[in-house]
Design a binder for this molecule. Sequence first.
Ligand code: AMP
Length: 433
Amino acid sequence: MALMLTSVPGTNDVFAQSKEYPFREPVFRYITQTAEQVLRSSGAQMIHTPVFEYAEVLQKGVGVTSDIVVKKEMYTFEDRGGRVLGLRPEPTASIVRAYNQHGMKVWPQPVRLFTWGPIFRAERHQKGRYKQFHQVDYEALGSADPLIDAEAIALMVQVYRALGLKGLEVKLGSVGDPEDRVRYNDYLRGLFRPYAQELSEDSRVRLESNPMRILDSKSEADQRIVAEAGVRPMLEFLGPEARGFHEKVAGYLEKLGVPFTLDPSIVRGLDYYVRTAWEVHHSRIGAKSALGGGGRYDGLSEMLGGPRVPGVGWGIGIERVAIALEQEGVEIPADPVPDLYLVPLDEGAKLEALQIAQRLRPAFRVEMAYAPKSARKGLEDALKRGARFVGLLGEAERARGVVTLKHLETGDQREVSWEALGEALGPVPGVRL
Ligand code: AMP
């Protein structure tokens, strides 16, 4: 027998009974539906972009000095036409590409879009870090007003709150304007050069290309050096405009009642961020594993060959949020029970049972036994599924065009004609078609 083929380590199947937490479909659904509800209530529109793009779009999107490019974390491949393509390592570049491609610049601004779906990074997998993971993502394009940054952060916090999460910390920083970063990077080069030999290999490269990235290095040796060197925070290097912008965002958040702490050390892993940058951490899942993060990226559109389009947005890691929900003991709503479980009592009743089920769906949740069963076994199965009603369909019922309908909670039983079944099952909660 051939060896049973399996999924690639670091990728996961998401289904209700999965033994691998957090890959449970009801949890994913709870997170994405809650996020969708919050974001739609704000007027943001959903967008789906392809999971693969020209590698150039994605590389420019994350920046050539980012870990994703430097450490070759992006899956790239050549298709039969010789095109170099990549699987998206984050959704922002694709959304900005779509904004430009479809001329959204002439729409009323800002254009506010959200999406959710799989993200791919060739990282070494471990708990909370996967090769394929999922994000909810929100982007507001076409406005450079700090109010839009505050709204983005407030909406992100609203999503976490609507999910029932409590132990959150929003860490707000600013990465300044490009010229502020040039000054800060010069300062950091001077500061870290004496330590060059002790830095990790990656950080030695970063020392020249993007020394800010040394600050959020995952290497312990680097972190020791960062602590020892007495680094002055980026916030001290902001020019007057970036500083004023940062103060406005912070002031708006206070007025909106969104709690946050100022974190002068925040540096986002992606190159194209300017000014506002933030991360959301959770008390129980450790400082290194953010639940989400976001920032402003006014230069990205131009890098993709488009017009200047200021933008701000965020991504929430669905798996990380699911882990936080479990650690806080948040109860995930159970799937609704079937309204009716139909049981064909003989072979000849199978098709009729399916016809009845199809007539009642989708107004009602109707499941059926696919092989004939005894009434006793059918009842047992209906109870196991938590159904409200069981419907028995045998030869006698068929002859009269009825179903023997039993309410499982009260035990009430009566014959109901096929036409009257909907009425007998209803009224049911929720929106019905
Ligand atoms: P980033 O685009 O790196 O800022 O990631 C945004 C969010 O996605 C993070 O805050 C995490 O919650 C989540 N995330 C990033 N990388 C991974 C990964 N490899 N596996 C699972 N979640 C991730």
